[in-house]
Ligand binder design. Structure first.
Ligand SMILES: [Zn+2]
Length: 378
């Protein structure tokens, strides 16, 4: 399978900006890139004991032809020409296009244009809904005006080439979507707008604001004919994992107002089976296992098999969710292709698919599904 896909460039439908090279990478920085933990004690003492990180170090050791230890990997990469090294790792990912959520950009990150130039890989923009909406709240007198400004801005962004919208509602409220109470929305809007007027960051949070915004964005995405990406499942401890199951998005799937809206469920772990179920019963729901692979280590390949229990291969998307360092893109891509190859080979072994069908199903996951649902041209 892996050989058959070697010439198949992947579309990474969800990733983030890389850090502008050159720079030297420390052990703590590399570890922090393989955990969602914010508490530095995790990177200091525990990340090295995860199967995800050990897998990463072994893959990097093989690629760099050095000992599979953190020390050797870091010494080897830090001694190399930064641009050549980054290009080497990124070209091993066989990525043909990246869809980039630049709403999560750390200091010193490339802009999309710089990233395209530096990596030689085509870049397309994904708009982060909450970041955009926060930037527009100060100028609006009421929620209606605010939503209309958000819609105009989304429309403008899509016209200038953005290909989708992403929501981080899971971090700011709950994914158990509820009908919005107009009074509660008014109160939350005024309080948040006041913060903006005082020069504070108008961080959106709570169900009234976040759900009202999400419903508006869902309508806008349907009209603009672009997918809405929804962060589901695990992420950093800012979110309550219990509130991030994609099952809570049901109103988007059953209300006729959203009919035709394409929803891409991101990450999903540990709710990847729930996501797979949604993909199996609602026509416009899609999912990925980004972040799950490679962070969940051994569990990543199991998650791939579990997702492909119910999820049709026409609905699973490839993404790395990588950011900052080429190492993360490299490890995510390699682990993803292997997990996919493992699942597809199992279908062949069980006589469920022949080799040609399994290879073609893998191509759907690596690129064709994303090309179709994002209407991508080369
Ligand atoms: Zn992400």
């Amino acid at each position: 399978m892996l050989r058959a896909w070697a010439g198949q460039p992947a579309i990474d439908h969800h990733c983030h900006p890389l850090r502008r090279w050159p720079y030297q990478l420390s052990a703590l920085e590399l570890r922090a890139a393989f955990t969602e933990a914010l508490d530095p004690q995790l990177a200091a003492h525990h990340v090295v004991h995860t199967s995800g990180y050990q897998d990463a170090i072994h893959r990097l050791g093989r690629e760099l032809r050095c000992e599979p230890t953190e020390t050797a990997v870091l010494a080897s990469r830090n001694a190399k020409d930064a641009a050549g090294y980054a290009r080497q790792l990124l070209s091993s990912t066989a990525t043909g296009m990246m869809l980039v959520d630049a709403g999560f950009a750390t200091a010193g990150a490339f802009t999309l244009a710089e990233q395209e130039q530096a990596t030689g890989i085509a870049q397309r923009e994904i708009i982060r809904l909450e970041t955009l909406a926060e930037s527009l709240i100060k100028e609006a007198d009421d929620p209606r005006e605010w939503f209309s400004a958000v819609r105009s801005a989304l429309d403008a962004a899509i016209r200038r080439g953005a290909v989708g919208v992403k929501t981080i509602c899971a971090y700011r409220a709950t994914l158990r979507l509820q009908p919005v109470d107009t009074d509660a929305l008014g109160v939350a809007f005024s309080a948040t707008r006041l913060r903006a007027e005082r020069g504070e960051h108008p961080r959106l949070s709570g169900s009234a604001l976040c759900h009202a915004l999400l419903f508006e964005a869902a309508l806008a995405c349907r009209e603009l004919d672009v997918p809405l990406q929804v962060h589901c499942g695990f992420g950093d401890p800012d979110e309550d994992l219990a509130e991030t199951s994609p099952l809570g998005l049901r109103p988007l799937f059953i209300d006729p107002a959203y009919r035709g809206l394409r929803v891409a469920l991101l990450h999903c772990y540990p709710y990847h089976r729930e996501a797979a179920y949604l993909c199996s019963v609602f026509p416009d729901v899609y999912m990925d296992l980004s972040l799950t692979i490679p962070f969940a280590g051994l569990e990543g390949s199991r998650a791939m098999r579990e997702a492909l229990g119910l999820c049709p291969t026409s609905k699973l998307l490839y993404a790395s969710d990588a950011s900052r360092y080429p190492e993360v893109f490299f490890v995510a891509a390699a682990a993803h292709r292997e997990a996919l190859a493992g699942a597809m080979s199992e279908l062949v072994d069980h006589g469920i698919a022949d080799t040609t069908a399994a290879v073609n199903a893998g191509r759907q996951v690596l690129a064709e599904n994303a090309r179709r649902i994002y209407n991508l041209k080369d």
